[in-house]
Design a protein. Sequence first.
Length: 133
Amino acid sequence: PFGVVCLYGMILWLAELPHSPWVIVIWLLASVFSELVGRNFLRNSSLSIHSVILGYSVTNLVPIAILSVIFKKELFLMDVLKLCSIAYATISAFITYLHICFISSTAKESTRYLLLMPTFLMHLYLISLIPRH
């Protein structure tokens, strides 16, 4: 997962974007925040599990970053691809959470949706590092 996050940061760095070092910080903060949110209602919750799930969910953003660097024009299609990538990455990470970290029997069923917030915000922050030319 660290390699995937570093690959995303390297693509932004090669495009000479000034905020590429923030990629790792955003990923680590999102992992800690997900751990704090999910600790109460997930059975197998640990910081390493959250960092792995969120790290591999960045894989969906790598092709979008490459396309954004190659096609430097402001295209409506690129914005739609970015939104679809954020939605797919968030949903895939959320489904992975549900399969790996089972919800404890004492938690309400609606509490599992609290994990969507840190996951969505992380992907939104990471994709916002790519400028609209």
